[in-house]
Ligand binder design. Structure first.
Ligand code: ADP
Ligand code: MG
Length: 278
């Protein structure tokens, strides 16, 4: 199909738009060597290590328990892992293992019971709501399992929203929103309201919205869960293209082998613990 071959180029085209928050560094091996040489001139080993090694995400000893009316539920029971800049990690595991809870914590939408989450060197566990909202705006795109589109906004307005929330306005934003809607296969649904869209279409609008401001880190909960194989393939290509062309760090909860097979690493949860990493 013409659509799927043209599809990856849309992000590339949109990438030259020149708006949105600062781009994640696309570090070539050569640039990295240069960076190391420069940093070596600092004569400060600790600083060197920090600059080169600061992971995009560091999760340490993370737990989440919830007290219900009758008993305490230990949803996450001590999770540790790092995600490096530009990595593509799939979070897998059976239903109820804690995947969505973990992703919500990484996005700062929920607070851990104990443990730490460090995003790009910044501990988010101590931030208040306003600080977290600002950091999220700069660093994180999030795609929920339920799409959370605003019912009073059209598809295009929903996609534009994060751009406008971070201070953007004007025709460039509108142009990118249109390109993104095209790239998720919805060029003719721009003016539709969420109720006028199917579940799969709403999911694709939510993805386009998450890509709008080119977040350095994209977290998505089963982004292809409700899509047929053709649209699933489109979304897969969009995600891979974001990761490879724009250096976006991807952390995706998924059951879809088409997606998890393309990840650089798979972290498997069971009963609130990491049982394997490969
Ligand atoms: P997954 O996404 O892997 O299916 P979740 O993170 O949604 O798992 O949930 C993990 C476990 O925590 C499930 O057993 C779920 O029922 C429980 N859980 C999640 N949120 C709550 C809550 N607010 N109150 C009580 N139990 C919850
Ligand atoms: Mg879930």
């Amino acid at each position: 199909m013409g659509g799927s071959t043209e599809f990856p180029s849309l992000i590339g085209r949109a990438a030259s738009g020149g708006f949105g928050p600062p781009q994640p560094a696309k570090v070539s091996p050569r640039a990295r060597t240069k960076q190391k040489m420069y940093i070596t001139q600092c004569h400060n080993n600790e600083l060197q290590e920090n600059l080169i090694r600061t992971p995009a995400i560091r999760v340490s000893a993370l737990t989440k328990s919830i007290q219900t009316a009758t008993h305490k539920v230990d949803i996450l029971r001590g999770i540790d892992f790092d995600v490096q800049h530009g990595e593509f990690v799939a979070i897998m595991g059976p239903s109820g293992s804690g995947k969505s809870t973990l992703l919500g914590l990484l996005a700062g939408l929920d607070t851990p019971t104990t443990g730490k989450i460090i995003l790009d060197g910044e501990d988010i566990t101590g931030l208040d709501e306003d600080q977290m909202a600002r950091l999220r705006g700069r660093k994180i795109g999030f795609v929920f399992q339920s799409y959370h589109l605003l019912p009073t906004l059209t598809a295009e307005e929903n996609v534009l929203l994060p751009y406008e929330l971070t201070g953007g306005n004007g025709s460039q934003g509108r142009q990118r929103a249109r390109e993104l809607l095209e790239s998720v296969g919805l060029p003719d649904r721009r003016d539709h309201y969420p109720v006028q869209l199917s579940g799969g279409e709403q999911q694709r609008v939510a993805l386009a919205r998450a890509f709008m401001v080119r977040p350095p880190i994209l977290l998505a909960d089963e982004p292809t869960g409700n899509l047929d194989s053709q649209n699933g393939q489109h979304v897969l290509e969009l995600l891979i293209s974001l990761n490879q062309r724009e250096g976006t760090t991807l952390v995706l909860v998924t059951h879809d082998p088409a997606l998890s097979d393309r990840a650089g690493r798979r972290i498997v949860l069971r009963d609130g613990l990491v049982v394997s990493e490969e």
